[in-house]
Write a protein that binds this ligand. Structure first.
Ligand code: ATP
Ligand code: MG
Length: 243
């Protein structure tokens, strides 16, 4: 079953004199449990594609659906709720809050959860342990290495156990050995059933995926399966999703 679907999606920024077409007529179907690695030159539309998939912006044309639900049918509040349960984002620049500790950064998405603060702290500790950061929970980002900051960002993305992870150049700021460790973590998450879409500039990272998608000038230039897709053993989208 197709899990994430783009039908004839176009995205144009600006108006008249400043118009830029970032994506034009993109159709793509991603199955559950896939690990799609997206490459393409700077400006080819990779980040735009992830933003649209994550419902951070709506396309100027076309339809995007996740697990059968058209993202454009949500109200802003419902879209934010759906996104929170369904999608975890990881960015090149980590986007951690500098004045919060690793644990506090991981707790940010839990702010409005109906859980006790003790439960939230325990969840943050469990997640930080799962990304290899035990003992560093109370450090500020400035007291962590780049790879460790990215681990905090990944732990934060996993707070609501989303079935989908979107990562935009998650190793872009890291040396290759540290980047490989972060990719090992993504492979582990993929093995645990996550559907992953990752943008990367490094073509060596492509072989991590089950599928490689190349964008050129806002269009899909190549789309190649690399290996069989892991079949997830968990429900694709949390039961309450969709409304
Ligand atoms: N908010 C915006 N307003 C106007 N134009 C934009 C905006 N965001 C992106 N663009 C333009 O859309 C095109 C695609 O940008 P996008 O960021 O998706 O590319 P990318 O493939 O992620 O590039 P990079 O590898 O440099 O990150 C580019 O021409 C860019 O200048
Ligand atoms: Mg980009």
């Amino acid at each position: 079953m197709s899990f994430i679907t783009l039908e004839n999606v176009s995205m144009t920024y600006g108006s008249n004199g400043t118009r830029t077409t970032a994506l034009s007529g993109v159709s793509l179907s991603i199955g559950e449990g896939e690990y799609a690695v997206i490459t393409g030159e700077s400006g080819s539309g990779k980040s735009t594609l992830l933003c649209l998939l994550g419902g951070l912006q709506l396309p100027t044309e076309g339809r995007i659906s996740i697990s059968g639900t058209d993202l454009s049918t949500f109200s802003a509040d419902n879209l934010a709720g759906f996104r929170g349960r369904t999608i975890g984002f990881v960015f090149q620049a980590y986007h951690l809050l500098p004045y919060l500790t690793a644990r506090e950064n991981v707790m940010v998405p839990m702010a409005i959860d109906k859980k006790s603060s003790r439960e939230k702290i325990e969840r943050a500790y469990t997640l930080l342990e799962s990304v290899g950061l035990s003992g560093k929970e109370e450090r500020l980002p400035s007291q962590l290495s780049g790879g460790e900051c990215q681990r905090v960002a990944i732990a934060r993305a996993l707070v609501h156990d989303p079935p989908i992870l979107l990562a935009d150049e998650p190793t872009g700021n890291l040396d290759s050995a540290t980047g490989d460790q972060i990719l090992d973590l993504f492979s582990k998450l993929h093995g645990a059933g996550k559907t992953i879409l990752m943008v990367t500039h490094n073509r060596w990272n492509i072989e991590r995926g089950t599928r490689s998608v190349l964008l050129r000038d806002g269009r899909i230039a190549e789309d190649n399966p690399l290996r069989p897709v892991h079949r997830a053993s968990r429900p694709a989208v949390p039961a309450q999703a969709g409304g």
